[in-house]
Design a protein around this ligand. Structure first.
Ligand code: FFO
Ligand code: ATP
Length: 199
């Protein structure tokens, strides 16, 4: 924990509690060594490939890591080699707080978004609808054993997952072990993940 995450008052509301967990967990994962990050990425790659094979999934959404998130670079490379369709999120150009997913291959051009995360170009010929995604792998800041997920605070994945609850897409968080908490303070819009892979 960093001192800057310490609360000044003993009782805090849910929003403040969530903000404090975000702050602590972001600090924790950024302190992981290069070796720990590498090991986590390899562990996640192995588990994710097994899950994709088990589900016989062809089209999956991933993310490009930033801020100490588990790297997906190795996994993406393996999926390309296996002929899978890999998609990445892009912030919606008009509808604030929403994501669009685009096919991502070796030749795709990426451009940094407002958070400096590289994202695919707005090329509608490469747009993949949420219903076409068989597995959505999400980044997260913290998780608990019930599958609750806390993200960066933009509500982007909550809005994405909201419409998938009655569909076949499975939602899988990718996390470092140090991101687990006993129980997350949840809000009514939070959508629990189907599964969380821990690296
Ligand atoms: N790798 C990755 N890609 C992703 C996400 C993610 O969590 N990880 N997102 C998941 O939703 C979306 C981006 N959401 C984000 C939300 C907030 C911040 C962030 O850095 N917020 C700053 C404030 C920055 C500002 O306001 O300009 C902060 O909290 O300090 C970054 C990404 C889409 N792509
Ligand atoms: N399904 C939704 N519809 C409308 N607003 C939503 C929805 N989900 C979340 N929000 C809004 O988004 C904001 C951020 O939500 P939250 O703190 O849960 O984000 P997060 O899960 O940490 O971020 P992310 O999903 O981007 O990683 C909240 O103010 C919330 O009201």
């Amino acid at each position: 924990m960093t001192d800057s995450c310490l609360a000044t008052k003993p009782t805090r509301n849910i929003t403040q509690q969530r903000q404090q967990i975000r702050c602590q967990m972001r600090a924790k994962r950024q302190q992981l060594s290069a070796e720990q990050q590498q090991q986590a990425a390899e562990n996640i790659c192995r588990q994710a490939l097994a899950l994709i094979a088990q589900r016989n999934a062809k089209t999956v959404a991933l993310y490009l890591a930033f801020n100490g998130e588990i790297s997906t670079a190795l996994l993406i490379e393996k999926l390309w080699q296996a002929g899978k369709t890999v998609c990445l999120p892009r912030l919606h150009p008009f509808t604030a707080g929403h994501l669009l997913f685009f096919r991502y291959d070796r030749h795709s051009l990426l451009q940094p978004n407002q958070f400096a995360i590289p994202e695919p170009e707005l090329d509608l010929t490469r747009l993949v609808t949420k219903n076409e995604l068989e597995i959505i792998f999400t980044p997260l800041v913290a998780f608990d054993r019930q599958g609750n997920r806390l993200g960066m605070g933009g509500g982007f994945y909550d809005r994405t997952l909201q419409h998938l609850q009655r569909r076949n897409t499975i939602t899988v968080g990718l996390a470092h072990q140090c991101q687990q908490v006993e129980q997350l303070p949840i809000e009514h819009w939070d959508v629990p993940l189907n599964q969380i892979l821990v690296g």
